[in-house]
Design a protein around this ligand. Structure first.
Ligand code: ADP
Length: 188
């Protein structure tokens, strides 16, 4: 049996970077809904066409579209024995949909914590370096606002369902943070 885990953390917390490293360490696929949606936009698929403007504004793509996309991804062979979800679920509706799709229970949640001022400055640096379409100042604040109101409450949702939630300090060097996450998972 593999491991099923979810990475939670605000934009700029280093969630994507840490999720990809951890997935490699644990030998499970890294399933990032942000990456999948950006790919759909780049490929100009029907989903991508629907998601494009919504993502640029920093809003959430409708739950039913994202849930269907993740459902298909989780049904693929490589995800049968475990996976690491990054960017999903993003609200309680998606979390409940995921509960309905999974046949075996979630193992653990990793929540990366980073102070708000550090998040803003990291995001603005990334905006300058990568030029991502949703990395405008409005897009960034919109995404952070949605994170605190809709995504952050998921840690309580999972605690109430008796899923272990590890809160890990995401402030520091990338390697240092990876070490903390690995340690948290090892001592679980
Ligand atoms: P960030 O963490 O910087 O917001 P992501 O790559 O996780 O970046 O997501 C980028 C955008 O993709 C989001 O702002 C949203 O529009 C869309 N998105 C990603 N995951 C989801 C999801 N689970 N539900 C709805 N929209 C999503």
């Amino acid at each position: 049996m593999g491991l099923r885990l979810i990475f939670l953390g605000p934009q700029g917390s280093g969630k994507g970077t840490q999720a990809s490293r951890l997935a490699r360490l644990m030998g499970v696929p890294h399933i990032s809904t942000g990456d999948m949606l950006r790919q759909a936009v780049a490929d100009g698929t029907e989903l991508g066409q629907k998601a494009d403007a919504i993502m640029k504004a920093g809003d959430l793509v409708p739950d039913e579209l994202v849930v269907a996309m993740v459902g298909e991804r989780l049904a693929m062979d490589d995800a049968v024995c475990g996976d690491l979800l990054d960017g999903f679920p993003r609200n309680v509706v998606q979390a409940k949909a995921l509960d309905g799709v999974l046949t075996d229970p979630l193992d653990v949640i990793v929540q990366l914590d980073v102070p708000h001022e550090e998040l803003m400055s990291r995001m603005l640096l990334r905006a300058a370096a990568e030029g991502r379409a949703d990395d405008t100042e409005e897009g960034i604040s919109r995404r952070l606002e949605i994170y605190w109101s809709e995504t952050a409450p998921l840690s309580d949702y999972y605690r109430e369902s008796s899923v272990v939630v590890h809160v890990v300090d995401g402030f520091g060097e990338i390697d240092e943070v990876t070490g903390r996450v690995a340690l948290a998972l090892a001592v679980e």
